[in-house]
Design a binder for this molecule. Structure first.
Ligand SMILES: NC(=O)NCCC[C@H](N)C(=O)O
Length: 410
């Protein structure tokens, strides 16, 4: 078998991708906890599943192997000991509103078959699921005080963020928001225990015990020697520097990390919500990440004097920085919503800049972003649209909903 992780660009033909079909976790969203769980509205489960199935089938129709998080995790937990250790790790990291009740939650989870247990952990445990006679604390009897023993994980369908493939390795991420922090534990178990991965010595460029956050939506592999990382609401400068040092030490081809500073706001949470690569020399961009003069802060990190330091160069022109890093004569930046004062922020809010390239010049986008899609086509890009009324409620698009595991080299 070829190496099970291989990504040396954003646009190389996509061969294997990890998705998560939204499940019962979405049904545990209520208005009161929307903000805490990083949603702006409550998707309708049957419809979001239908839309997600359409997305998955669109990828399969193009010959892409689609793997599912639930399946891989279930297969990774192939012994009783692993299952028990996984439950213990999940509970250790959960903001448990269960104090002394943890043993009954352990027993409850282990009473399920592995796949059902995985789904239950994703969905969360409501207080109402444990019989009253097993409750020993006052707060447990007060369902409406806080309804969960174990919080749901409705953001799991954004498989892009908890981990990201770079070269033949990956980052398993320390996630910035409490509501998402447990998600990367799943990938850790898959890489270490799933037969498809465990037999390989897979480099982990940054692991989830690193104390500063980074999320996959900020990690863009521009070429085999250049990655771009967003300095964003979710990714810290310290993580970027540490990642650069680790890549320079262990990934022979890697020459530079382009750190791109973006505004720290909910709408622009990751670099891939405002900037993606769609062809060898074409990128989508949300114009608002540049100032009126078209400038922004870009820092190029290269190998430093010794292996624990980096050399940093400051730039302000994205186009020039991209040309230099990728050795291109020309670069085209395609503005989300055509840069229109209304269409650009509207379509960016629904992930108009968040394209998933499945080959050079071929992208998957949401159908609702018709202004951006038309403009992409006018630039010679093949645009494959997917249905998106429920999927977009979680504030992520096709790139956010996919973790490429294998791409062909370009
Ligand atoms: N790469 C991405 O931009 N992912 C979208 C994540 C949306 C999710 N509701 C979050 O706030 O983390």
């Amino acid at each position: 078998m070829k190496h099970p992780l291989h990504v040396t660009s954003e646009i190389g033909e996509l061969q294997t991708v990890l998705l998560h079909r939204p499940g019962e976790e979405v049904e545990n969203l209520t208005p009161e906890y929307l903000q805490h769980l990083l949603f702006d509205d409550i998707p309708y489960l049957p419809l979001i599943q239908k839309e997600h199935d359409y997305f998955a089938q669109t990828l399969r129709n193009r010959g892409i192997e689609v793997l599912y998080l639930t399946t891989l995790l279930t297969e990774a937990l192939h012994t009783d000991d692993l299952k028990k250790k996984f439950v213990a790790d999940v509970l250790k990291e959960s903001n448990l509103s269960m104090n002394g009740s943890s043993q009954q939650i352990v027993d409850y989870l282990l009473s399920f078959e592995t796949e059902a247990m995985v789904k239950k952990i994703m969905a969360g445990i409501r207080k109402s699921e444990i019989p009253v006679n097993k409750k020993t604390h006052l707060y447990e009897l007060l369902d409406d005080h806080y309804p969960f023993y174990l919080d749901p994980m409705p953001n799991l369908y954004f498989t892009r963020d908890p981990a990201a493939t770079i070269g033949n390795g990956l980052t398993i991420n320390t996630m910035r928001e409490v509501a998402r922090r447990r998600e990367s534990l799943f990938m850790s178990y898959i890489i270490h225990h799933h037969p498809r991965y465990a037999q390989y010595d897979i480099p982990i460029w940054l692991d989830r015990d690193y104390p500063h956050p980074i999320e996959g939506g900020d990690e863009l592999v521009l070429s085999k020697d250049t990655v771009a990382i967003g300095i964003s609401a979710r990714t810290a400068a310290k993580s970027i520097e540490r990642l650069a040092v680790n890549l320079f030490k262990r990934q022979a081809d890697m020459k530079r990390v382009v750190a791109v500073e973006i505004p720290k706001s909910r709408a622009f949470m990751h670099l891939d919500t405002v900037f993606t690569m769609v062809d060898y020399d074409k990128f989508t961009i949300h114009p608002e990440i540049q100032n009126k003069k078209g400038e922004m802060n870009i820092y190029i990190l290269e190998k430093g004097r010794d292996e624990d330091t980096v050399k940093i160069t400051h730039k302000t022109n994205l186009m020039e920085a991209l040309k230099e890093a990728l050795g291109l004569k020309e670069v085209t930046l395609i503005p989300c919503g055509g840069g229109d004062v209304i269409a650009a922020p509207r379509e960016q809010w629904n992930d108009g800049s968040n394209t998933l390239a499945i080959a050079p010049g071929v992208v998957v986008t949401y159908d609702r972003n018709y202004v951006s899609n038309k403009l992409l086509r006018e630039h010679g890009i093949e645009v494959i649209e997917v249905i998106s009324s429920e999927l977009s409620r979680g504030r992520g698009g096709p790139r956010c909903m996919s973790m490429p595991l294998v791409r062909k080299d370009i």
